[in-house]
Structure formats: C-alpha cells, structure tokens
Design a protein. Sequence first.
Length: 154
Amino acid sequence: MSDPTKFLATKKELATIPDVNASVQNVDFKTQTYAGKIYLSQELIDDSAVDIKQEVQTQLQQLVLNTDNHNVLALLQTLTSKNVVDIDGLKKIKNTEIDPAILAADGSVVITNQDVFNYLDILKDSEGRYLLTEDVTVQSGKALFGLPAIIVSR
C-alpha cells in the first residue's frame, strides 16, 4: 500500500485527514503593527470650515509613508554595499551576484539616491541611447536593466 502521508484523502474516507509530507518549513514571521491616536470630537468635525476627516486622513497617509520610508532606509543600511566604477560593474552585479529567481519575482528594484539617479538618467550609450528606459509602472518613470528605478532622497 502507498504511503498515506503523500496523498490527499477525502473527509469521507478518513475521519481525520493525515499530515501531508510537503517538506515545508515553518517560517517565523516577525511583524509589527504600528498605530497612533488622534482625538476628534464630533463638534470639531461638525464646526470645522475644512473637511477635517479628509485632512486627518491625508496626514495619516503621510505618517504611514514616513514610517514605511524610515523602516526601508533602516533595513537598507544593514545591507552590504558594492562599489562599482562603471556601468559594466553594475551589469556584472545584476548578472552574477543576484539570484535570478529573485530578479524574476515581482518586487525587484534598483534603489538609488537623487544624485546617482540624475547621473544614470542622463547617461547615454555609444549610440546615443539613454541608459535608463521608460517604465510607466513606477513613480520615477524609469528602469535600469529592466528593473524599476526607485529614488530616495540624499
């Protein structure tokens, strides 16, 4: 008889479903929930000359963005940087040092500060073509070697 832990069974066949041998390891997800409080009285909402709910929502969205950016920058500072002297160095890192499975997955990006982005944005190849290509799916509107370019402040 075949191993019952390697096949699915119907509930009718078994009173309890056996564990499946799927070779999946438990991943300890360590997440944090961020929160803040804003106290508004109904009187303030009713008597305000501006749409106070919209104003608070706009400010909360900015707080979320600030928090996300702060956390991303803190994470980036823990990574090891690579120094390159030319575009070939960048291509070598992309082609040989980054797992292609990571590059193929959604979410792979090039993160650069404003100065480097400006340098790359005006850089042309020997045929006069800009190095950065158009990418309407990202805020910067540009991609480097097919990866969306994300700009952070200096």
